[in-house]
Ligand binder design. Structure first.
Ligand SMILES: [Fe+2]
Ligand SMILES: [Fe+2]
Length: 189
């Protein structure tokens, strides 16, 4: 995904920030009260918290991945004067599909997670939260161009960028640790 939102220096910072999930584990985002005001109802919800049980990329959980995508999208949209509250909320819920996609195909026979999970995430999201039409669209369209219809909003495009950046960094960070510490060793985790 081409970066249209950050300077090259800012993008390097964002990559370093996405590689280090310790700020998510420490819940540092709780110190950003303006961000918290946008998303507290979602962050505090037990079903959202249950995403901690599902792995997403590498050794990053779905919950940590969604918080990163949400916070990066929020920061970019704030900087650019776009719909930052909706981007923050939809970022948290963009992968709210609530299953382990690594075993999903084996267990259900459903082999097209990449195409189908935005709709599953939206279905779960509207069951538990009040969402605007833009937020629904951002969740449903976040896999564009893999799925054919692009999002309607600039915030939706920012979520796509943040998702790709975080996903790539999370996957390659684990590969780097494997190379540095050796496959399967406990210390590599
Ligand atoms: Fe996704
Ligand atoms: Fe994602």
């Amino acid at each position: 995904m081409k970066n249209l939102y950050l300077t090259p220096e800012e993008e390097q910072e964002a990559i370093k920030w996405a590689e280090d999930a310790s700020w998510v584990e420490r819940e540092d985002y709780n110190m950003d009260l303006e961000y918290l005001a946008c998303v507290k109802d979602i962050l505090d919800h037990k079903v959202f918290q249950s995403m901690d049980h599902y792995m997403q990329h590498g050794d990053t959980t779905c919950k940590a991945h969604c918080i990163k995508v949400s916070y990066l999208s929020y920061c970019i949209c704030r900087k650019l004067g776009w719909e930052y509250k909706e981007a923050a909320r939809a970022g948290l819920l963009h992968d709210f599909f609530l299953y382990d996609w690594h075993t999903h195909a084996r267990e259900t026979g459903e082999r097209f997670h990449g195409f189908t999970h935005p709709r599953a995430a939206l279905k779960n999201a509207v069951k538990h939260f009040d969402l605007t039409e833009n937020e629904k669209d951002m969740i449903l369209r976040h896999m564009w161009p893999l799925t054919p219809v692009p999002p309607k909003t600039k915030g939706g495009m920012v979520i796509i960028y943040a998702d790709k950046l975080c996903g790539l960094v999370e996957t390659t960070a684990r590969i780097k640790r494997w190379i540095l510490y050796g496959f399967g060793r406990k210390s590599a985790a």
